[in-house]
Design a protein around this ligand. Sequence first.
Ligand code: ATP
Ligand code: MG
Length: 551
Amino acid sequence: MQIPQTTSPTHFIRQIISNDLSTNKNNSNVATRFPPEPNGYLHIGHAKSICLNFGTALENNGTCNLRFDDTNPEKESIEYMESIKRDVAWLGFEWTELRHASDYFEQLYQYAVELIQKGLAYVDSLSAEDIRLYRGTLTQAGKESPDRNRSITENLDLFARMRAGEFADGQYVLRAKIDMASPNMNMRDPAIYRIRSVHHQRTGDAWCIYPMYDYTHCISDAIENITHSLCTLEFADHRPLYDWVLEQLQTPCHPQQIEFARLQLEYTIVSKRKLNQLVTEKHVSGWDDPRMPTIAGLRRAGFTSQSIKDFCERIGITKQNSWIEMGVLEYCIREDLNVNAFRAMAVLEPLRVVITNYPKDKIENLEISNHPQREELGKRIVPFSKTILIENDDFSENPPAKYKRLSVGEEVRLRGSYVICCDEVIKNADGEIIELHCSYDENTLGKNPEGRKAKGVIHWVDEASSHAAEIRLYDRLFTVPQPDNEENFLDVVNPNSLQILNSCRVEASLKEATLEHRYQFERTGYFCLDSDSTSEKLVFNRTVTLRDSKE
Ligand code: ATP
Ligand code: MG
């Protein structure tokens, strides 16, 4: 797998902006916005857009607003708005101003009146079905509505009565009067207002007509004096409409829309509608399930905001849609946690080891220090006593050739501790192993005496001082790289994407684990504490394994 470099010094949007600055366009201001619709939680694709919009502002001493595109009250909620604010802030960005498309409802209405007065919009009584039929096809021009030539006076009257709530949902729409024969379907008299008698989370019942996205977006950008309106490629076909609306109206400015490729990440999905379906149909535990590609899910899985920003910088900004390998995101989190995670030991599937020649009540507080760069993250006290736990699969009764872990009659080093030798395997009546009896060599603490070299090093925890933990291991949420291309993406949900280990034991230092910190458990991966933890039982999520086993 090719990991892209961190420093992609420039991309085409940076070039456009630096060019605009050199010609003093927009008085050398740079103003961007991130405009999510609050109809779901933000995902990793949104992170790309956030990094681009806020990053562009930061790089140019400009401004970036967070604007909620809240024109579809049925699907939107305050919970989603709160989650979006939390996620943008967590990524480390500060919006210049918090705005809502609904802040502009009155202005948007007045601009629509202006369009009607200019003979550029009309109230249509065709049904939604007829509007669709009249629109024509890519190869066939559309047909004009019988209402297209309604008088300005009549249009003004009907539009005012639409606002006043005199009509039923769907009875009328307001349409821009552009060109029913345009090769661009978006220009065939698009609807700009529709009647929806629904309560809005911010404006309450003040409105029963709501503006459509294309109409709202360009005017909102203009009201906020946005200079560069950055959006994804699928809006390229909408740009003529964006420009048309602003050309007809007396708006404060005319922002430039620039499109870039959306992020598509393998083995996952970035569509709020489909992510919503995963949540409501309970394929995952919620929007913040660690398997979800949402920012909340990635955070809960242990991803850091730094790793996500690093990822967005590495994948770059282009005009070509492409699929990014999951390994790139995993690479970024490993790079971060390798340096910034606390070191600890945890045994995921414990096997008891009794050290027969170790004094019965003795406890040694061993000092372990195993972070090569940041001593403070690796230095700690780890108790050692007669009964310890090792990983079940670090012992083999019938070891293959060159086996480096523990087997009968062989020696192994316990990380940061002694060399032990397995003398005897203790089994129950069914022949299952219950514990190992080992002996230790007291001269081997932290060193190998002359002529002795234990073949391998394994991790362990002291039974008495260790803490019970549940450890959740995650795998990809989907079994195919491009679930979006399946007929039904739910058919390719990975049934084994979550494995819960219930009888894990973690070293004593982890009793102090916090939700903010990250941990590298010797040999098993990078982990973070989960908010489901209680004082009886710690719960850890595995963020990522130590190495990419799929490479
Ligand atoms: P979704 O398909 O997830 O619903 P959306 O475009 O409908 O996405 P919005 O809330 O409208 O969601 O998106 C806010 C901004 O984020 C838009 O400017 C959009 O272009 C951008 N965005 C959405 N998805 C991606 C993605 N996968 N990659 C990059 N930018 C994205
Ligand atoms: Mg959208």
